[in-house]
Write a protein that binds this ligand. Structure first.
Ligand code: DGY
Length: 302
């Protein structure tokens, strides 16, 4: 970026407030933003006329009001594809971490409270032979299915449309969430955050899961109603949850920290050196294409 542009870099990774974002945009032709930069309608309408493009360093773009950007003729791009494997790996880590109580085990070591090996100590649940439901069978959902099949899990999924047989790779399609949920010993969430999906995991949908089901989320925190999930975790109806994303992160609901049946990570689905480099170059490719008058490789449109 420094070679080809004159960037105003956020060297400290502090999150800019709305006013600072708008102020800094004043000398710019484009914005390269992340999931922490909220570009709602109000912000977009107040951006200077010089801004022609917003490239987000993320696959998700729920932080950007794309309709408002389109009205201002501001192009938007994202970084799909390059973070699929890293995020699917984290979903597997959450499945294993939640099912095996890895957080509690690690804490026992760190806090020096592990006294002895015991037949019933630290008992978790197997993944092998269990049914994994995948909500949202896009690139990441499919990469999770592939990994979970190597753990001999049976894959069920719900998506807006059924995948072609070769992409389904033996997974069972459900045309509704209601049909999927009773078939999930584990549920992994991979849907985008949209007005239709926000709060999709709530008291009603949690009740439809079999008792003891385990939920993992690497998508967005706002797909989950925290009160509903926390009370299901407390009652034991949900056996455990593995969460990498949260409502209002990093200020997540503090009750998650104290529940013994949660395994928690700080939104690190794409956090590998290789993947973050690939995301950066992908965002730059989109900016380069835009300023060269070419079609964006990864346009975000409505
Ligand atoms: C994304 O890309 O949307 C992730 O949440 C951050 O990598």
């Amino acid at each position: 970026m420094q070679k080809d542009y004159q960037p105003d870099l956020n060297g400290s990774d502090e999150i800019y407030g709305q006013e600072e974002l708008i102020e800094r945009a004043k000398s710019a032709d484009a914005l390269l933003v992340t999931v922490t930069d909220t570009l709602n309608r109000e912000v977009i309408e107040r951006l200077p006329r010089s801004i022609q493009m917003i490239a987000t360093f993320s696959v998700g773009y729920d932080q950007i009001d794309v309709a408002a950007a389109q009205e201002r003729k501001i192009a938007v791009s994202n970084t799909p594809g390059v973070l699929t494997n890293a995020t699917a790996d984290i979903a597997m880590l959450l499945l294993l971490g939640a099912a095996r109580g890895a957080g509690n085990g690690e804490q026992a070591i760190r806090q020096n409270t592990w006294r002895n090996w015991a037949p019933t100590g630290f008992l978790g649940r197997d993944l092998t032979g269990k049914r994994l439901g995948i909500l949202g069978m896009g690139r990441i959902g499919r990469a999770v299915a592939k990994r979970a099949q190597a753990f001999d899990m049976e894959i069920h999924y719900h998506n807006r449309s059924q995948l072609p047989e070769h992409e389904e790779a033996g997974a069972h399609y459900h045309d509704s969430l209601e049909s999927l949920l009773p078939n999930c010993d584990f549920l992994s969430i991979h849907a985008a955050s949209t007005p239709q999906t926000r709060g999709i995991i709530n008291t009603g949908t949690l009740q439809a899961l079999p008792p003891g089901a385990i939920i993992v989320n690497t998508a967005r925190g706002d797909l989950v109603d925290d009160n509903a999930l926390i009370s299901a975790l407390k009652s034991g109806h949900i056996g455990a949850a593995g969460l990498d994303v949260f409502n209002d992160e990093p200020q997540l609901d503090p009750r998650y920290r104290t529940l013994p049946n949660t395994f928690l990570l700080p939104h690190l689905g794409s956090a590998t050196l290789e993947t973050r480099n690939a995301m950066g170059f992908c965002a730059l490719d989109n900016l380069d294409a835009f300023f060269a008058g070419k079609a964006l490789p990864n346009p975000v449109t409505l």
